[in-house]
Design a protein around this ligand. Structure first.
Ligand code: ARG
Length: 267
């Protein structure tokens, strides 16, 4: 009998401790508190910035984050949250940061804080070889896929109006490209580096990339934080050091094979 009571006591103590640790880690209020791992969210379906290789998140963003966090002496865990859930998790502070080729813009700045810019980007159009589409204007009346909630979607809505039925929104950019391969759409709009790499690395798919600097604007990626996060300052400082000491260039060359234009980040 005694043994049973002891056992039950042990079980309840264990259950209580498990609950306790879960609620602290789930409260989201531990933003930056000492010794706690920061959870950094990403949508690992955006090569070469973040994608899964043998079950691991790899890419330019993953390597840059590693360098920055090492410099900032912050422990972290990179978590594949997906794109739209990432923003929801930042808002509810279930993640303490997000790195995901995220463009810094005014709309997002209302809800999130951003690090200083770490990468210059612009949208481009991916089409099949021989397509008649040569500019954003040529997309009128054509079906175009985008990843839902991206600046590619914003650019198309600015041009053709919100709710244009020809703009097809997908949960991931991989699915947006898949729609082009399947012939469901005539073009994809996404970040230049992503579509350029895709066309280059998949010659069998016979894709062409269309540039349109009159309709697409230059953008800058930043690491996103919940508003008011105390981590922003530390990470900005570390990012600056990593850019100034050549680590950023090393990571950049690993992924893009050329030297970065560091002046482009200093604006
Ligand atoms: N730069 C674009 C934006 O911020 C697209 C980023 C998509 N990133 C991703 N990991 N799927 O809207």
């Amino acid at each position: 009998m005694k043994k049973v009571i002891l056992f039950l006591l042990l079980v309840s103590v264990l259950a209580l401790t498990a609950c306790g640790s879960q609620s602290t880690s789930g409260s989201g209020s531990g933003d930056g508190s000492k010794g706690k791992k920061l959870v950094v969210g990403t949508d690992a379906a955006y090569a070469p910035f973040e994608y899964l290789k043998d079950g691991k998140i790899v890419g330019f963003d993953a390597d840059l984050l590693k360098a920055v966090m090492k410099e900032a002496k912050l422990e972290y865990e990179l978590k594949n949250t997906g794109w739209e859930p990432l923003f929801a998790s930042l808002k509810s502070e279930q993640v303490q940061a997000g790195i995901s080729a995220i463009t810094i813009n005014d709309k997002r700045k209302e809800t999130y804080d951003f690090s200083s810019p770490y990468f210059e980007s612009i949208n481009k159009i991916l089409v099949k070889e021989g397509s008649s589409i040569k500019s954003v204007d040529d997309l009128k009346g054509k079906k175009v896929s985008v990843q839902n909630g991206t600046t590619g979607q914003d650019a198309l809505e600015k041009k053709f109006g919100k709710g244009d039925a020809n703009v097809k929104k997908y949960e991931t950019n991989v699915l947006a490209i898949q729609a082009l391969l399947n012939g469901e759409v005539d073009a994809v709009v996404a970040d230049n580096t992503v579509v350029d790499e895709y066309a280059k690395n998949n010659p069998d798919k016979k894709m062409t990339v269309v540039d349109d600097k009159t309709n697409f604007e230059s953008e800058y990626y930043g690491i996103a934080f919940p508003k008011g996060s105390e981590n922003k300052k530390k990470i900005d400082k570390a990012l600056k050091t990593v850019i100034d000491n050549g680590t950023y260039s090393k990571v950049y060359k690993k992924w893009f094979k050329v030297e970065p234009n560091l002046d482009a980040l200093k604006k």
